[in-house]
Ligand binder design. Sequence first.
Ligand SMILES: NC(=O)c1ccc[n+]([C@@H]2O[C@H](COP(=O)([O-])OP(=O)(O)OC[C@H]3O[C@@H](n4cnc5c(N)ncnc54)[C@H](O)[C@@H]3O)[C@@H](O)[C@H]2O)c1
Length: 259
Amino acid sequence: MPDTESSRPIRSLKGRVAIVSGAGSQGSGIGNGRAAALLLAEAGCDVACVDMNAADAERTAEMINAEGHGQAIALSANVTSEQDCKRAVSEAVKRFGRLDILVNNVGIMGTPGTALEVDMAQWEDGMRMNISSMVIMAKSAIPEMRKNNGPETAFWRGSIVNVSSVAGLLGGAPSLLYPTSKGAVLNLTRAMASHHAKDKIRVNCICPGAVYTPMVNHQGGGMDEEMRKSRAEMSPLKTEGTGWDCGAAVRFLASDEAR
Ligand SMILES: NC(=O)c1ccc[n+]([C@@H]2O[C@H](COP(=O)([O-])OP(=O)(O)OC[C@H]3O[C@@H](n4cnc5c(N)ncnc54)[C@H](O)[C@@H]3O)[C@@H](O)[C@H]2O)c1
């Protein structure tokens, strides 16, 4: 166990390496994954930006490299594919030499409908996207995290942050798939946290409320001002959340400060 002096937490993530899934953010906006990738890199972390949309992942990597803190690469991968996830992890490790942080950010609203209406084939696809993808990424990422063995691993060898939603805590969404899958992310996180603690791998999740990201904008067909205002009204502070709010929470949970 380190002594009191050396147990002082540091904010810097220099020397650490992260994979952020869904880091592409649909165009030029700031989604939760892009914000997390940028903020991790701002703390000095090197980041592999994974997205199924190669151009969007590339854009995030360019933004990071232009800022000149941590370095970034873009990797095109579909997180529902075991082969793609394996390749993404191995390319990240090949480029940066290690892996410390995994941010499982990909998630979709998925198929609409109540239990009476929902299409079961689309239900399975949505569950694979919102839950199974997190396990698939972890399968490849955890063995790499377990190899970390330097003095920087005194408190943590790896850190996984899953992105759930307030819908996963409270239900209350018009569809069945989204709150069900996001609720499952909570217990997935609890179970994984207990399984991997012995390897000094921490597993946490964030449950964002209504944040204005490209996903919300696109699905709303371009959300109008009135709709944005009514979402903001749901918050006690009467403010609309942004991708940055989620990114900051991810960075905190990923780091020494949340050890
Ligand atoms: N926006 C909100 O209000 C809100 C609220 C709570 C939780 N969340 C959660 O935050 C996470 C990110 O949401 P966002 O609003 O930033 O979305 P976003 O659409 O802005 O970004 C998601 C990214 O994931 C990528 N992606 C989608 N499917 C993929 C796949 N199979 N493989 C690889 N990449 C894939 C997309 O190309 C996109 O770049 C999701 O898990 C979402 O459920 C969002």
